[in-house]
Design a protein around this ligand. Structure first.
Ligand code: SF4
Length: 341
């Protein structure tokens, strides 16, 4: 299944410039983009995975992770094959890298935008997440689904590496309610050598999407020996604190995956160290993930430190929301940032 990848422009030299992500592919007839799912065919840029979901689940929204976004609700989640990055630690490489590792083969199960929305409603979800692989590479599929979702009263979430162009963000912003954006590290060498991207466009996306009023949470997977020095952790936290200290930061434990099977798991002490650094630089909401640490997965009022959202068990298993008047601390009345209804 395919459709015209309309977030693109035809160049005078006959190539087509894809305008979805900051890889900025300019493609001749027959060529594929870096993501492996956008291809020029008969003079048009096509999205080869339109309506073809490679992974579909109903998840707790906390699993995205989104902790300040309709807490305790279910999110209909899907993704396709293909990705604009090539992270050596990818947890979903079986789908994200599939076309590149299988001679451009495209796989997936039919799931039209209409079908995705009706399934989300049927399962009692309050939102749809475009996740598992990078959503901007299947932009037109997300756009059509997100628009229908809004009409049906559902919200939309991108779980993304943050490589969207401004044009992509401008186009989807009316329908996009939240983004969880990875800050995978804070060095250009890490982004280039380990992920196949660049750091600066990611930071720019976070700033730009935040300015557009989209609710942002960020995630950093801490990989021992790669991005877990005090300096690098502090630089990530400081960037975020300078932008807006109310943006939640999820710091997550690495498990050996894909091309990094020789790297050991993140010790819990590293996550606790990063948590402390995040708090020291002034972030209001820091959370650890991929380990059991109820105290550091729960939300506390930044003003009076009262427990306002209690999370324990497997991620999203037990979520008790103590906020009153939808977004206020029950003890002191402080208003917490987030999307609460
Ligand atoms: S979405 Fe794909 S084709 Fe478009 S610029 Fe990014 S990697 Fe290239």
């Amino acid at each position: 299944m395919s459709s015209i990848a309309w977030l693109s422009t035809k160049l005078d030299d006959g190539r087509i410039a894809c305008e979805a992500c900051n890889q900025h592919c300019k493609l001749h007839e027959g060529e594929y983009g870096i993501c492996g799912i956008r291809k020029v065919d008969n003079g048009e840029l096509l999205l080869l995975t339109y309506g073809l979901a490679a992974a579909v689940n109903v998840d707790p929204v906390e699993k995205k992770p989104m902790f300040h976004f309709l807490p305790g609700s279910k999110v209909f989640s899907f993704g396709t094959v293909g990705c604009n990055f090539s992270c050596k630690f990818c947890q979903n490489a079986d789908i994200s890298q599939y076309p590149k590792e299988h001679a451009h083969k495209i796989v997936g199960h039919p799931l039209s935008p209409q079908h995705a929305v009706s399934k989300a409603l049927e399962y009692g979800c309050q939102s749809i997440a475009y996740t598992y692989n990078e959503p901007v590479v299947f932009f037109e599929y997300t756009y059509d689904t997100a628009k229908l979702a809004h009409e049906a009263g559902l919200k939309n979430i991108y779980v993304t590496s943050g490589y969207e162009t401004h044009k992509a963000i401008d186009t989807i912003a009316p329908y996009l309610d939240g983004m969880n954006i990875d800050i995978k590290g804070f060095s250009q060498s890490f982004y280039k050598d380990i992920c196949g991207g660049s750091l600066k466009p990611v930071l720019d996306t976070i700033e730009y999407a935040h300015k557009k009023g989209i609710w942002i949470e960020t995630t950093t997977l801490l990989i021992p020996g790669y991005n877990d020095s005090d300096e690098e952790i502090r630089a990530i936290a400081q960037f975020q604190a300078d932008l807006d200290p109310t943006i939640p930061w999820h710091i997550s434990a690495f498990h050996p995956m894909y091309k990094m099977l020789d790297v050991h798991r993140t010790p819990p002490e590293t996550l606790r160290r990063a948590y402390d650094i995040g708090k020291e630089v002034g972030l209001h909401y820091v959370y650890v993930g991929n380990i059991d640490d109820e105290a550091r997965e729960s939300t506390y009022c930044p003003k009076c430190q009262a427990l306002v959202i209690d999370r324990h068990g497997h991620i999203g298993q037990y979520v008790t929301n103590h906020l009153v008047n939808k977004n206020s601390c029950r003890s002191c009345g402080y208003t917490l940032a987030g999307v609460w209804q």
